[in-house]
Design a binder for this molecule. Structure first.
Ligand SMILES: Nc1ncnc2c1ncn2[C@@H]1O[C@H](COP(=O)(O)OP(=O)(O)O)[C@@H](O)[C@H]1O
Ligand SMILES: [Mg+2]
Length: 356
């Protein structure tokens, strides 16, 4: 897919922005604080329903405003053109597809695939497990249609079991919810496992380009409960402990994965730069897998790319971006020489965007 047009109202520094984008590489140049990251954030919101920046959702709203909207015209590989919209007012979300309100954010997000590499991306490797679960789940969501309803059922059962754990309920009260958790949880786990298995060879190839000095990468998945045990047995076996903790420990809500290397068997041994490049390898392989499976390339956003990478890595990444099918949005304070070729350029200043 590609963004043909992006319209942003009352988000961050944008009062009203209306920008027509081109296929291939689009470069946005501007000083610090001009609005470059906010522009990518707007694109990311349509694909994830949240920002990639840490902080409260309220921070997205332009100071003094009451609601923000991001709207995009999207062109899919099939030629189909679609209009997607997302509004947030007070604490309510409203998503639209072709002008019609849709009941869930997921019903809009499924049409939009945006993958962002930005200065905070190293958290994918070095940060909390939640980031890594989101990464996998985003990938699974775009290929497995049952994933979202399964998660909803799993979360509901988890809330019920947790409430019962806090209310001195007896085992027989827990059982029906444990049965639901075990069934849905095993299904969710199988989907995640399949996804990471498909990702691994693509990731390995990218690591060989981006961090060759670290040797063979190892992608290790931990499903969230002990190996060799069914989730049903794990839930039953942890009742006493879960009662004491007042929440459910075993299950896919505690899954995690790690990327380590022959020369760095623990992520603590990675430099910040290597963690960043590892995150980039994860994101680029996710994009590649998405493109293969959906036959509709994801949009890649690269925030402040030139300041995140040294010259050699920048050249390798730009070369790759130039040879792939999808649309790319890159930001920077200057145009890196490797990007001087056939790219569409925009100047960003005080929340306005002008094509150069
Ligand atoms: N909620 C908000 N309301 C108004 N301005 C904001 C809000 N959040 C951020 N800003 C401002 O938006 C501007 C653009 O930020 P950003 O997109 O991060 O810039 P860049 O990536 O170009 O350095 C900054 O000047 C920032 O202070
Ligand atoms: Mg920025």
């Amino acid at each position: 897919m590609q963004f043909a047009r992006l319209v942003v109202d009352e988000l961050r520094c944008f009062q009203h922005l209306d920008v027509v984008l081109q296929p291939g590489i689009n470069v946005f140049v501007g000083d610090n604080g001009a609005g470059k990251t906010s522009l990518l954030e707007a694109a990311h919101l349509l694909s994830h329903g949240r920002s990639f920046r840490a902080g409260a959702a309220e921070a997205l709203l332009r100071r003094g405003s009451t609601n923000w909207t991001v709207h995009a015209e999207i062109r899919h590989a099939t030629g189909q053109v679609q209009s997607l919209g997302l509004t947030r007012q007070a604490d309510r979300w409203q998503a639209r597809v072709d002008g019609q309100s849709v009941a869930t954010l997921a019903a809009m997000i499924e049409h939009c695939a945006v993958i962002c590499f930005e200065p905070g991306s190293h958290a994918l490797i070095a940060g909390p497990a939640e980031e890594r679960r989101r990464f996998v789940d985003w990938g699974v969501f775009h290929v497995e249609h049952e994933f979202q309803p399964l998660w909803r059922r799993y979360r509901r059962a988890l809330r019920q079991r947790n409430a019962l754990l806090r209310s001195a309920a007896v085992d027989v009260d827990l059982e029906p919810w444990e049965q639901e958790l075990a069934q849905r949880g095993e299904q969710l786990d199988a989907m995640r496992q399949r996804y990471l298995e498909a990702l691994a060879p693509l990731l390995e190839a990218l690591c060989a380009v981006l961090v060759p000095e670290l040797g063979t990468p190892l992608l290790l998945y931990r499903r969230g409960w002990p190996a060799g045990e069914s989730l049903a047995a794990a839930l039953q076996g942890s009742r006493q402990r879960d009662r004491a903790l007042a929440h459910t420990r075993p299950g896919p809500h505690r899954a995690d994965w790690s990327l380590t290397y022959a020369a760095a068997p623990s992520r603590a041994l990675l430099s910040r730069g290597q963690a960043k490049l590892s995150a980039l390898a994860c994101l680029l392989s996710q994009a590649e897998l998405h493109d293969r499976r959906s036959r509709d390339a994801a949009v890649l956003c690269m925030d402040d790319l030139a300041s995140e990478l040294d010259a050699a890595h920048l050249e390798a990444v730009v070369d790759r971006l130039q040879h792939q099918a999808g649309q790319v949005l890159i930001t920077g304070t200057t145009i890196a020489p490797v990007l001087a070729g056939s790219t569409t350029r925009f100047h960003v200043e005080h929340g306005t965007v002008r094509k150069l």
